[in-house]
Write a protein that binds this ligand. Structure first.
Ligand code: ADP
Length: 640
């Protein structure tokens, strides 16, 4: 303190000079030879230089010192180490933080730990491919994929080519470079590709289209390059790009500010596919369920020149798929019979739906602690998959319940007396999923519909509303879903199928659900005409239904009352109430497949493919006989 300085040093005349450092500190230099506390430099703090000078002068005057003997004061500027460190941190910290963030995000995107990548493949490894390479057996075989024999044969051909190329080369045939698997979701496209890997005995490189898209420019194309170089290194091999629509979208769309990253990625993909020939032993497979949005350049011969359509399975296909998925299940029912029965009950189901039904059946059986899965569990599973879970506890006012019963009875009776309506399987007024009542029909395996058939279907859908009209003379919101379907069907007839006389034999592209339409492909006059005709079609169907149900009012009454009593009616109950349906109808597997060539799905392979997995069969036989053979992978060699 100032006081200590005055009393301990200044007054004792041992101060040689004072150094004012950075206008903040005063260093006291003592007269040589004097030491206090083992040091000859002592510091003290000052508030301001002016105050210090004034105080020093006063203090010395008070001590009666001569101004000429006053202590010398020097002024100095020195670098303080503390502030040096602080100011350098101002620069270093943000830099270090930035560096750390980049490292971390790059390694997170690659799924690795920080510091495990870097260097090659672009800044911090961003441009490295995220494709996974599978060299081991992945457990899916062609026999696990059923109901799409044609697609399977086409895919098998690629595998066969990798294994037995001579067969094709001898005839001068060039094998397509790649194939795109298209078709509705859940039909087994990914599974087919996986099975290809499972069977091929060659490395399988798999990647999803969305993995090419990152927020950084240039990453996509770089990953494509890296992936193809990986494929070339591992040839012969199969490269599989799932969900290719993520990168393969049509170019030249609405994009601001030049080419988009996705377009650059697609361009790189095209370049790479042009860059190798089929001799290099890389087969590229891709899958999508939106082939319509793919860029044409991707589909032209020389790139993905083979399009393999994997359709929803027909009844024979469904039976085969059921067989595959029934295999691991514990049931005492004859599985082959069960598969056929179930196939007849599940028109429109995809492979994934069928897998779901089988699993649900097992879950339902387990819920009630059954030892094995029974027939009824499968039926419940189908209902569960089609309409959702039964909600027995949903509170429904008696009045509402009555409305639902008459509504459902209206549907059922209309269908019963219309020739082209689908045969009824079950009708129930137990709420399920988001519906309050539900009727299950058995649509025919049918690909073409006549105008009469479409009209009968519309009538059946309107049956619910008409019945409410007749019995309560009021309508409810419960028919919204039916009306939506009726409207859709009527518009399709006029705009899409050219089934309306006034609009004529024209078919306009209908927008997909959720798609924005900017320009109609027809004039305002046509638009008005279409609307009028649609209204007319629906009106005619409504009046026909009204007539029919007025005639069968008693039947509706009977069915509705019975429904209120039992909550659920099946076909036999309906026959008891209404008598046999006056039209011939098909309901069993045998009836459905009659006259369609074969009784089951034809799974014979063409001659050229018969030996495609011979080695594998031999290997399996050897294994069974206890002979361990060297793995056959990588036996095929290619020359470029
Ligand atoms: P996609 O790729 O066509 O959308 P997936 O191949 O992913 O469909 O199929 C999903 C699941 O559905 C499969 O794991 C399988 O259990 C079942 N599945 C689909 N199609 C078939 C089929 N043809 N045969 C057997 N199972 C199938």
């Amino acid at each position: 303190t100032w006081k200590e300085f005055v009393s301990n040093y200044l007054s004792k005349a041992i101060v040689e000079k004072l150094e004012v450092v950075n206008k903040k500190w005063v260093r006291i230099k003592l007269v040589p030879g004097t030491q206090i506390d083992g040091s000859n430099t002592i510091w003290f703090n000052i508030g301001s230089v002016e105050a210090f000078e004034r105080n020093l002068e006063n203090a010395q005057l008070e001590m009666n010192m001569e101004p000429s003997n006053f202590v010398n004061v020097v002024y100095k500027t020195e670098t303080e180490i503390g502030s040096l460190v602080l100011s350098s941190l101002n620069f270093i910290l943000p830099l270090a933080l930035l560096f750390w963030l980049i490292r971390r995000s790059s390694s997170m995107l690659q799924g690795g730990r920080p510091g495990t990548r870097g260097g090659a493949g672009g800044i911090f490894g961003f441009g490295q491919t995220t494709a996974k390479i599978i060299k081991e057996d992945i457990g899916v075989k062609f026999r696990d994929v059923a109901g799409c024999e044609e697609a399977k044969i086409e895919i098998m051909e690629f595998v066969n080519f990798l294994k037995n190329p001579q067969q094709y080369i001898d005839l001068g045939a060039k094998i397509p470079k790649g194939a795109i698997l298209t078709g509705p979701p859940g039909t087994g496209k990914t599974m087919l590709a996986k099975a290809t890997a499972g069977e091929a005995n060659v490395p399988f490189i798999t990647v999803s289209g969305s993995e090419f898209l990152e927020m950084f420019v240039g990453v996509g194309p770089s990953r494509v390059r890296d992936m193809f170089s990986m494929a070339r290194k591992n040839a012969p091999c199969i490269l599989f790009i799932d969900e290719i629509d993520a990168v393969g979208r049509k170019r030249g769309g609405r994009s601001f500010g030049g080419q988009s990253e996705q377009e650059n990625t697609l361009n790189q993909l095209l370049v790479e596919m042009d860059g190798f020939n089929t001799q290099s032993g890389v087969v590229v497979l891709a899958a999508t369920n939106r082939v319509d949005i793919l860029d044409n350049a991707l589909l032209r011969p020389g790139r993905f020149d083979r399009q393999i359509f994997v359709a929803s399975p027909d009844i024979k296909g469904r039976a085969s798929i059921f067989k595959v998925h029934l295999k691991p299940l514990k049931t005492e029912v004859n599985k082959a019979e069960l598969a056929k029965k179930m196939a007849a009950l599940t028109p429109g189901f995809s492979g994934a739906d069928i897998a779901n039904v089988c699993n649900e059946a097992a879950l339902i059986a387990a819920r009630d602690l059954n030892k094995t899965i029974e027939h009824k569990h499968f039926e419940q599973a189908i209902e569960r998959v089609v309409a959702g879970m039964e909600k027995k506890t949903q509170v429904l006012q008696p009045e509402e319940k009555k409305t639902v019963a008459y509504h459902e009875a209206g549907h059922a009776v209309t269908g019963w007396f219309l020739e082209h309506a689908d045969p009824l399987l079950k009708v129930s007024i137990i709420p399920r999923g988001k519906g309050l009542g539900y009727a299950q029909y058995l649509p025919k395996e049918q690909y073409l519909y006549s105008t009469e058939q479409l009209q009968d279907r519309m009538c059946m859908m309107l049956g619910g509303r008409v019945s409410e009209h007749i019995f309560f003379n009021r309508i409810t919101t419960g028919a919204q879903d039916d009306l939506a379907k009726v409207t859709q069907s009527a518009y399709a007839q006029v705009v899409h199928y050219g089934m309306n006389e006034r609009v004529g034999q024209l078919s306009f592209e209908m927008p997909r659900p959720g798609e924005m339409v900017f320009d109609k492909p027809y004039s305002e006059t046509t638009a008005m005409m279409i609307d009028e005709e649609v209204r007319k079609i629906v009106k005619v169907a409504f009046e026909k239904t009204m007539q029919l149900l007025t005639k069968h009012k008693e039947d509706v009454e009977k069915v509705a009352q019975r429904l209120l009593e039992m909550e659920k009616l099946d076909k036999d109950d309906m026959v008891m109430l209404l008598g046999k349906r006056p039209f011939a109808e098909k309901s069993t597997y045998e009836e459905f497949v009659e006259g369609t060539g074969s009784f089951e799905e034809d799974t014979t392979l063409p001659k050229g493919l018969e030996s495609w997995n011979k080695e594998r069969d031999e290997e399996a036989a050897d294994k069974e006989n206890g002979i361990e053979k060297e793995k056959l992978g990588g036996k095929v060699s290619f020359t470029e």
